[in-house]
Each structure stands twice: as structure tokens, then as C-alpha cells.
Design a protein. Sequence first.
Length: 432
Amino acid sequence: MRLPPAILANTEEVLREILRFTAPADVTLSRYFKDHPRLGGRERGAVAEGVYAVLRNKSFFTDFAGSGNAPTIRRLALLGMAEAVGAESLGGLSEEENQFLARVTQIDRKLLSPLLRSNLPQWLYDKLVAQFGEQETLELAAVLNTPAPLDLRVNSIKANRDDVIAELATAPIIAEPMPYAPLGLRVHKKPALQNLPLFKSGAIEVQDEGSQVLAQLVGARRGEMVVDFCAGAGGKTLALGAIMRNTGRLYAFDVSEKRLAKLKPRLARSGLSNVHPVVIAHERDAKVKRLAGKIDRVLVDAPCSGLGTLRRNPDVKWRQQPQAIAEMQEKQLSILDGASRLVKSGGRLVYATCSLLNEENDAVVEQFLATHDDFALVPMSAALAEQKIPLEMDKYLKLLPHKHNTDGFFAAVLERKPMAAKPAKAQAETEE
Ligand SMILES: C[S@@+](CC[C@H](N)C(=O)[O-])C[C@H]1O[C@@H](n2cnc3c(N)ncnc32)[C@H](O)[C@@H]1O
């Protein structure tokens, strides 16, 4: 069935706002839909997918949308919608527009320059080529420029994976176990889940497989004291709480009250009672200091450029600035240092990001280790083997969309060396 011709005007209108890059695309889209309540579910889906297609292919589309007399923004909307829903679903196009679409569709993208083909800004393309080489950067970019699959985590407090697969099948929703996350399911197509009894009862949560693997790597056990230092809306907190079998104490720290507030309804659904959300002012907050040296496992899922999540947030590559990466690195080191004080002797600290850049990943861990000789790296191969996760890695976890079909994630596991017992006064001074 064809979409109403007005849908292109809607896409054009919201795209004009989004391409100013003053706010995240999903925020602008939600606001636009709120202001346009007459748009139905199908139309909203098409507008959103059209906008995301433009963001994913912006370099290539802009190169072609500029030729001829028609306004560029209309042509971008047209290309985005054609990519997202197919030209045949669009009604009310002029003869000129049909010809334009036919011309662009016939272009062999393999003949474009590598930069144009990657649809990445020059600075990011250069950084990725320096890390991965040109060929692999193009493979990575091709996958980053496609929509992410829909992954679920089964909440082991409430259900098991086989029962969830069977119940989803009655919906009917097809879901398959994923290779690396023991409680992960990948769902075919993208059905709405919010009204399913399984979702409402907290038996399932939406979570990328890579994010599930990170939570598993923390190695949290029953009865332990655990801190999720940058908990945000709690994606990994919920997974950690279930891994701890709802025992022990799991602190969910974050500087953003708004983000932590989003954890509350998820927590209520999850059935977990071992989670304690705490808003902190910064990484040296007195609330952090009070727990110094007492925590078995600390996860630092650090604020980062987010470049590993481009499949979900394609605007990030255009909104992110190269100079922000250096500032980010400084912040990441400071948070890692603050969080490290929590870890007890023999305890573990897991540093993670959803960035693809070495500057935010390996470089942060190496700088941390250079100034913290009381910590040692646990090789990722060993941490993965402990958790029976079938992934081949060396020192660090590096999940890559084109290799592992997850978002891009990095993780390092660090262990605080067991200390010879010190007099209580000296111990307290070290932890100040
Ligand atoms: C990558 S997000 C966390 C995502 C979350 N762990 C999840 O799985 O959904 C990083 C979080 O770090 C928080 N943050 C930023 N600075 C912080 C700081 N100094 N201390 C603690 N959290 C901080 C941000 O508010 C943000 O929620």
C-alpha cells in the first residue's frame, strides 16, 4: 500500500531541523511526532526510517541531491524515503522526481571514492583507516550504515530462554539464541514488544548482544558488593542484578538524575531488589569515597563518543567532533581513577565503552595502568574463558559490527593486586 504523498513533506520538515545537528535525531523526531499527532504509526515509522536513511547515507545522497534545480532537502527526503520504504511506496512524485530516483538508484557505489562510499566524515574516516586500514574500514562502514537487529535479554530471575522462545512464537515472533550472550535472543523483523505480557512482566528486556557480553564479563557473583559506576538508564545494571541472582548489593551510580530515573520502571518490572540507584555529583563524590576498598566488582561503562552505535544513532558521526575525543579521554581517565578506589584487594574493575577509537579504549587503559601499579590487566582471553563466552580475543574485548554483528564495544578487565595487610591508618590514607 502506498504512503500518502504528504509524508514526503513531513520528512522534509523534520529533516531540515535534524540536519542542523543541534539535538540528537531521536529527540527531534519524538518532539515532531508529538507536535503532529495525526500521523499514524505506519507514517511515523516511514518518516523515522527515511530520516535515518538520510543520516546513514548523507555523503552519498548530498553529492547527488545537489544537482539539478529541485531543492536539496526535498531530494534528500526523497532519497531517504526511497531507500527506507522503496520508491514504489511513494505516491505523488513528479516525472522529474521519478527520473531523478531512477538515475541515482542505477549508480554503482563501488565506483565512488572510498570516502564517499563510507558515508563517514573525513576526520573519522582517517582515524578508522589508521586503525583498521582502508579495506576493513569500508567493510565496517558498510555495516555501520545499516539498521541494527533487535536483541533481547531473557531475565533469568523470571524466565528461561527456551520458554521465552516458545511464548514469543505464539505472538507470532521468531527469536533465535545468540552465539555469545547466554541469555540473548535475536528477533526476526522488528515487532513492537511493549504490549507483550513477556515484556510487561519483566521476563525480557531489549539489549544489544554486545552490551550483554559486557555485563557478563564483570563476573559478578551471588552475594557480592558490585558498583555499576556509569549506570545511565540501567541496561547493564539489570543484567548484572540478574547475574547476581538478586542477592548481594548492586549500586547504580550516575551523575544524571534524569537517566537514573529511567532505570526505575525497568527495575520495577525486573523483580530485582538488590539494586540501589545513587545520583553522584562527580567521580570523587563523598558517596563514592565512603565505599572505597569495599567493592568486589566495579563496571565503568564510560561516557564516550558512541561511535560503536552508529547503526542505531547514525547522527552521532555528524554531531561528534574530533576535538571532543581528547576531552572525552581525559574524562574517561578521571572516572576510571575515581572508580578504581572502590575496588577491594583482589577485586575487579571493568572498563568499557561503545567507541571504536583506540584513543578512548586501549589508550585509556594503558595510561591508567601506567599510573596504577596496584592494578594488573586480566587478559581478555582468560576473562572470556571464565565466563565460557566463545569469542577469540587477545588483551581486550573488541566487538565489531562487521565481525560480530553486535554494536561496537570495547572492554578491559583489571584486577587489583592482593595487598599485604597494612595498618588501618595507612590503608585509609591510600584510599583518600
Ligand atoms: C555509556 S553511558 C552508560 C550506559 C549504561 N551503562 C547502559 O548500559 O545503559 C555513560 C553514562 O555515564 C554517565 N556519566 C558521565 N559522567 C559521569 C561521572 N563522572 N560519574 C558517573 N557517571 C557519569 C552519563 O550520565 C551516562 O549515563
